[in-house]
Design a protein around this ligand. Structure first.
Ligand code: ADP
Ligand code: MG
Length: 250
């Protein structure tokens, strides 16, 4: 579902991703952990081309992202085509990023109506189903400022799902939440994983990683330092930097 080869990204003089290779199979749940500044968010953003990469290739669902072959040469792809490929990839951010002037339902139906040209009726029907799925049907007509952080994040998940993505990317989805609201968001994510969604999740919720992840990846300094099944990475980390990191967060 995702295939990255030697992905590099620099901001000015600073190389933030130093050659990332990663394959994610359909239905796999991959959790990425690692210290602040190690490039986790940048990497997720490269996966849906919110950041342009400087080197390497990203294939999503078999399709090369950001580049197109013309007469045997690779050229920059057109924004319109990139946006089309992006529809396969839903993203959920730490800060929810809901539209404040739209209700929960308005947020969920915005892209299907505006981008996919779905009829309003159909989008509303689907939007209500998705809000129901995340346990928020009764909040459909509330504005974000009347929702708790956990509710906002569940609306954001429903909004991402409204585009029928094949992959969901989560960037620290529970880090901005009060502790008592973390569980309701993780519960929705667990359900998605159970339904077979392909997921890449940056999180420090180790309980979630142990229970749900097929694979845990430890990133540090722009590299994947170590990866494996959660029980291996957590109980028997091979790399000294992984051990150090884990000792700080437990
Ligand atoms: N748009 C940007 N411009 C310049 N530097 C950036 C930008 N985005 C991220 N960085 C830098 O890239 C490094 C990795 O950041 P990030 O991917 O956010 O790490 P993480 O998510 O692991 O904390 C940091 O040093 C950060 O300051
Ligand atoms: Mg980050």
């Amino acid at each position: 579902m995702i295939r990255c080869e030697n992905v590099k990204k620099r901001f000015g003089d600073v190389e933030v991703l130093k050659g990332i290779d990663l394959r994610v199979e359909a239905g796999e749940v991959v959790v990425i952990i690692g210290p602040s500044g190690s490039g986790k968010s940048t990497f997720l953003r490269c996966l849906n081309y919110l950041e342009k990469i400087d080197n390497g290739m990203v294939h999503v669902n078999g399709k090369l992202l950001g580049k197109r072959e013309v007469g045997g040469r690779l050229v920059e792809d057109k924004e319109k085509h990139i946006n089309k490929l992006r529809e396969d990839i839903g993203m959920v951010f730490q800060q929810f990023n809901l539209f404040p002037h739209m209700t929960a339902l308005g947020n969920v139906i915005e892209a299907p109506v505006m981008v996919k040209k779905m009829s309003k009726d159909q989008a509303v029907k689907k939007g209500l189903e998705l809000l129901d799925k995340v346990g928020l049907k009764e909040k459909a007509n509330e504005y974000p400022n009347r929702l708790s952080g956990g509710q906002k994040q569940r609306v954001a998940i429903a909004r991402a799902l409204a585009m029928n993505p094949k992959i969901m990317l989560f960037d620290e989805p529970t880090s901005a939440l009060d502790p008592e609201l973390v569980g309701e968001v993780l519960q929705v994510m667990k359900q998605l994983a159970k339904e077979g969604m392909t997921m890449v999740v940056v999180t420090h919720e180790m309980g979630f990683a142990r229970e749900v992840a097929d694979r845990v990846i430890f990133m540090d300094g722009g590299y994947i330092v170590e990866q494996g099944p959660p029980q291996e990475v957590f109980t028997n980390p091979q790399h000294v930097r992984t051990r150090e990191f884990l000792s700080h967060i437990r």
